[in-house]
Ligand binder design. Structure first.
Ligand SMILES: Nc1ncnc2c1ncn2[C@@H]1O[C@H](COP(=O)(O)OP(=O)(O)OP(=O)(O)O)[C@@H](O)[C@H]1O
Length: 479
């Protein structure tokens, strides 16, 4: 190492200044620490320091506001922002204003030292500090360490166009993260176009994605613009990518490799100008092993993976999320409600197989159905029990669903003479289960597909597709 690098630290908390000075000093750096933004600014203007570490909330000025000013006068001077207000917006603002890194407090000293080392050695980027004064509307809620990690990743990605693959169980917020990547990213002035692979008939996916020429197939009466073209200059969100049929996968791979595409039935290549964000609740590695998903496409899409943890792995987020969903319910016209401590405790005990979406639906139901303003544990327990008839059903009765299915299947297999039964057995058996299940859900909700989808824990588009595939009668106007 050449002569010691100097680090400027600004934080109004003396304890933090001491800890940082000691840790950085031990690591061989020279440290100048102050409690005020004004002093930090003076040092910066004087040309002192090789790196800045600043807190956000200081008595005289907000550390985040200082970042673009520092970047303007000394573009080479990197700034690391620390904050105890570890919300999504702090992370995003820090990134958008040109901070090198954002550290939610409390942080680990080892992590801090690693960030400092990177900040002092990373090659200069051509990033420009851009100020965006978006209102404090939090698109993503939750302060668990797992969500903090996601905020940091999303924030870092707002200054790039890298392809992102979001995985997570249904209802964990994959679409929300995709939107945040767009809304706070470089392409935010362009369109955000979403396409759900599970909701479109397989034979139409390619034309939906890439468009088609007039007469390209029966029914193609006019030229159709595909989502790739619609999303030009913006973001294309490929939802349920694990459900993409093989031919479409091959075509998508080619587009990603070559940066251009042709419409179905067309000849002239069109330049692709989209940022791709893909999402799936499936285990794609398993799909690859099973020959259902192309490995080369997976690696093209999985440039930056983001894994959204299920809600049961971050129960500390439940109170904040519940509050957030009650507020949302109120904005959409439902009465204002609060949860008492018992209700919150009851929420924490639930397993949340439907994740944030299940919690959101529950909060809407509570807001809509319960007259009292403060909701207690009993109401929550009653609604949770109501929402779980299937789980209970399986435990009750002389025969479980699984046993019944097994009994039917065994006699079916035994009836096959040489032991090797018909083709498509898997699909056929699943359809046998899906058909009555969907029929029941539709009957119970009097044909209301939105409610039936919520009851089943399915995406509305997925339900619609299944109704079509299984040829179920659609009864309208009942509700
Ligand atoms: N961290 C969060 N903060 C606030 N709202 C959230 C959060 N996570 C999820 N939600 C809300 O929960 C609902 C479900 O989220 P979303 O549709 O993004 O899930 P998903 O993972 O895409 O689900 P699926 O795989 O079933 O399509 C949405 O209404 C979303 O706004």
């Amino acid at each position: 190492m050449t002569d010691a690098r100097t680090i400027l630290v600004a934080d109004d908390d003396r304890a933090i200044r001491t800890v940082l000075s000691q840790a950085l000093g031990r690591a061989g750096y020279t440290v100048r620490a102050t409690s005020s933004a004004a002093t930090l600014w003076r040092w910066v203007e004087e040309g002192a320091g090789d790196l800045v570490i600043t807190d956000v909330v200081m008595p005289d000025e907000n550390g985040l506001d200082l970042v673009p000013r520092i970047r303007r006068v000394r573009p080479e001077l990197r700034v690391v922002v620390m904050s105890a207000q570890s919300t999504f917006m702090t992370a995003v603002k820090a990134a958008q204003r040109g901070a090198f890194e954002y550290l939610p407090k409390p942080f680990d000293l080892k992590e801090l030292l690693a960030v400092v080392a990177r900040a002092l050695t990373a090659p200069a980027a051509a990033a420009s500090a851009e100020e965006a004064d978006e209102e404090e509307r939090l698109p993503l809620v939750g302060r668990s360490p797992a969500m903090q990690e996601i905020y940091r990743t999303v924030a870092r990605l707002t200054t790039t166009d890298l392809t992102v693959m979001i995985t997570g169980e249904s209802g964990t917020g994959k679409e929300l993260v995709a939107r945040a990547l767009h809304d706070y990213g470089r392409r935010r002035t362009g369109p955000f176009v979403a396409i759900n692979m599970a909701a479109i008939p397989r034979e139409l996916i390619e034309s939906e994605l890439f468009g088609h020429e007039r007469g390209a197939f029966t029914g193609a009466l006019a030229r159709g613009v595909g989502r790739f073209e619609q999303a030009a200059g913006g973001t294309l969100f490929l939802d349920e990518i694990g459900d993409m049929p093989p031919e479409a996968q091959t075509r998508l791979l080619r587009v990603l490799q070559e940066g251009e595409f042709t419409t179905v039935g067309g000849r002239n290549p069109i330049k692709a100008n989209v940022r791709i964000v893909a999402a799936t609740h499936r285990d794609l590695r398993q799909a690859i092993r099973g020959g259902m998903f192309r490995e080369d496409l997976f690696y093209r899409l999985n440039v930056v993976p983001i894994r959204l943890p299920p809600l049961r792995e971050r129960i500390e987020d439940i109170p904040l999320l519940a509050r957030h969903f009650l507020d949302r319910a109120k904005t959409s016209g439902l009465p204002s409600k609060q949860l008492d401590q018992g209700a919150v405790d009851r929420l924490r005990q639930h397993a949340w197989p439907g994740n944030a979406r299940e919690l959101e639906n529950l909060m809407r139901r509570l807001a809509a159905l319960y007259p009292q303003e403060v909701i207690g544990a009993d109401a929550v327990a009653a609604e949770l029990a109501e929402a779980e008839p299937l789980a209970e059903l399986e435990l009750r009765g002389p025969e479980t669903l699984e046993q019944a299915v097994e009994r039917h299947l065994s006699s079916f297999v035994a009836a096959q003479k040489d032991g090797l039964p018909v083709r498509d057995l898997y699909e056929r058996v699943l359809a046998e289960v899906e058909r009555p299940l969907l029929r029941l859900a539709l009957a119970a909700t009097r044909g209301n597909q939105i409610k039936a989808a919520a009851m089943l824990g399915l995406n509305r588009n997925t339900l619609r597709k299944k109704i079509r595939e299984l040829d179920l009668p659609v009864v309208r106007g009942l509700s």
